[in-house]
Design a protein. Structure first.
Length: 115
C-alpha cells in the first residue's frame, strides 16, 4: 500500500525559509512524478509544484523564484524548499503521487508564516 508522509512544516517569520519533505513507501517511487499542493483556510487546494520522474520541475506563478522542488530517488523522498516566505504562503501543504489507477495523498503539514 502506498503511503506518503510529509514533514518539515512549522511557524516561520516573513522572509524566512522552510524545507518540506515527503517520504513515499509501497511503490516504485522513481517512476512517478510528484506534486505539492497547498490548501489555505477558506480557499481551494492549489497546485504549487510538480517534479517529474526525471527531475523536470514546474511551479505556480505565486511561488516561482522562491520555491524549489527536488527529489532523492534513493531515499524515496521529494522536497520542497521554500524561501522568502510570505504570510499568504500560510497553508497546509500536501504531497501527491498520481498513478494511472489512483491518486495518493499525504496527511499534510502546516506552514504558518507570521511575525
Amino acid at each position: 500500500q502506498v503511503q506518503l508522509v510529509e514533514s518539515g512544516g512549522g511557524l516561520v517569520q516573513p522572509g524566512g525559509s522552510l524545507r518540506l519533505s515527503c517520504v513515499a513507501s509501497g511503490t516504485v517511487f522513481r517512476m512517478y512524478a510528484m506534486l505539492w499542493y497547498r490548501e489555505a483556510p477558506g480557499k481551494e487546494r492549489e497546485l504549487v509544484a510538480r517534479i517529474t520522474s526525471l527531475g523536470t520541475t514546474m511551479y505556480a506563478d505565486s511561488v516561482k523564484g522562491r520555491f524549489t522542488s527536488s527529489r532523492d530517488n534513493a531515499k524515496n523522498t521529494v522536497y520542497l524548499q521554500m524561501n522568502s516566505l510570505k504570510p499568504e504562503d500560510t497553508a497546509v501543504y500536501y504531497c501527491n503521487l498520481p498513478t494511472a489507477r489512483k491518486e495518493y495523498w499525504g496527511q499534510g503539514t502546516q506552514v504558518t508564516v507570521s511575525s
